[in-house]
Design a protein around this ligand. Structure first.
Ligand SMILES: NC(=O)c1ccc[n+]([C@@H]2O[C@H](COP(=O)([O-])OP(=O)(O)OC[C@H]3O[C@@H](n4cnc5c(N)ncnc54)[C@H](O)[C@@H]3O)[C@@H](O)[C@H]2O)c1
Length: 315
């Protein structure tokens, strides 16, 4: 039986946690951690070997780019993080150089790999990787707003007094300042959100909704102020994406893909709910949006498109 090979490039806070959760989500996978500082990858792999000893299965090794040969999935979590006062887009050029170097080194070794880009700004960087690889769209996935969607559901769960899995609500667009909450498509316990609120005697007015959006967008800042990096939410997102690809499970997550057109913006990588399976990510059905959501998504797509073009002009 083919044992999936998952290469995680960048063995820092995100890459290390992604290796841990991916090892738990896909126990059969052969996971290789690669970092420009090999000692960091080795230290993470050793720590993870001790964690795996409790489960009885291992599979995380440190390696170099040669070990990416015939990888099925390449997760990119290498690069600089957002510092206080910066936005994700401020990292674009520095991290684009890192991403291009990684893609160039891996493409020859693993021509069929599906890429999962977590490095920020993940949406324009996924578009840059797709452009460089000149491959099928479905093979380059931005972790996109999968994390923002998890943050939204966690917030709503607390606010509405229900468990997060009872909430079907997505964040669309850019993983960044212009993210859009798809309120008109949200449902709770099988009921449209508005109906649930009415029947449950709860309120979520426009000021509260604006506050929820701010909290989703600024969650990373709050976490970083306390512990320096965000890692577990994004790491689970990576693990779920890898699991869906390896298990060919048709999981739906809000992730980014270069789409031929989004609200009139051509060839842009933004997040919409996508189906994830062995082919990568695919958009099965474009969501039904109200007018304000359509214009917010168009604005978000324009921002990502511009950032992508700025990067492509220099790299
Ligand atoms: N998409 C998301 O939702 C999300 C969430 C959290 C963090 N991030 C992003 O993930 C990235 C990593 O964050 P982190 O907290 O793990 O940072 P970190 O500093 O802890 O780790 C980054 C690692 O990348 C390595 N690296 C740098 N250049 C490399 C190269 N060319 N080849 C191989 N390895 C290289 C570094 O040595 C370091 O170990 C950042 O860009 C951050 O903004 C994204």
């Amino acid at each position: 039986m083919h044992r999936a090979k998952i290469v995680i490039v960048g063995a820092g806070a995100v890459g290390g946690a992604a290796a841990l959760f991916t090892a738990a989500a896909v126990p059969s996978a052969n996971i290789v951690l690669v970092d420009m500082e090999p000692v960091r990858a080795q230290a993470q792999a050793l720590d993870l070997a001790h964690a795996s000893a409790f489960w009885g299965h291992g599979g995380v090794k440190a390696g170099d780019f040669d070990d990416a040969r015939e990888a099925d999935i390449v997760v990119v979590a290498a690069g600089l993080g957002v510092k206080p006062g910066q936005t994700r887009l401020d990292l674009a050029h520095a991290n684009a150089a890192i991403l291009c170097d990684i893609v160039d080194r891996i493409d020859a070794q693993a021509p069929q790999a599906i890429y999962v880009i977590a490095t920020n700004p993940c949406d324009p960087l996924a578009a840059v990787a797709h452009h460089r690889l000149a491959c099928a769209r479905e093979r380059v996935i931005s972790t996109g707003t999968s994390l923002d969607t998890a943050r939204l559901r966690a917030l709503l769960a607390e606010r509405l007094g229900v468990v997060a899995p009872a909430i079907e609500a997505y964040v669309l667009g850019e993983h960044g300042e212009s993210a859009v909450i798809h309120w008109s498509g949200a449902s709770v316990a099988g009921m449209p959100l508005e109906l649930f609120l009415k029947r449950a005697g709860k309120e979520l007015g426009s000021a509260s909704r604006a506050l929820v959006l701010r909290s989703v967008v600024e969650a990373a800042k709050q976490i970083k102020e306390g512990k320096g990096a965000t890692q577990y939410g994004i790491a689970i997102a990576v693990a779920r994406i890898c699991q869906a690809i390896v298990h060919d499970s048709n999981l739906i997550l809000s992730v980014g893909l270069v789409l031929s057109e989004v609200e009139g913006v051509p060839e842009v990588c933004v997040s919409l709910p996508m189906v994830l399976n062995a082919t990568g990510a695919n958009l099965l059905a474009y969501p039904q949006l109200d007018d304000s959501e359509r214009s917010a998504l168009q604005h978000s797509a324009c921002i990502v498109k511009k950032a992508t073009e700025d990067i492509l002009a220099r790299h």
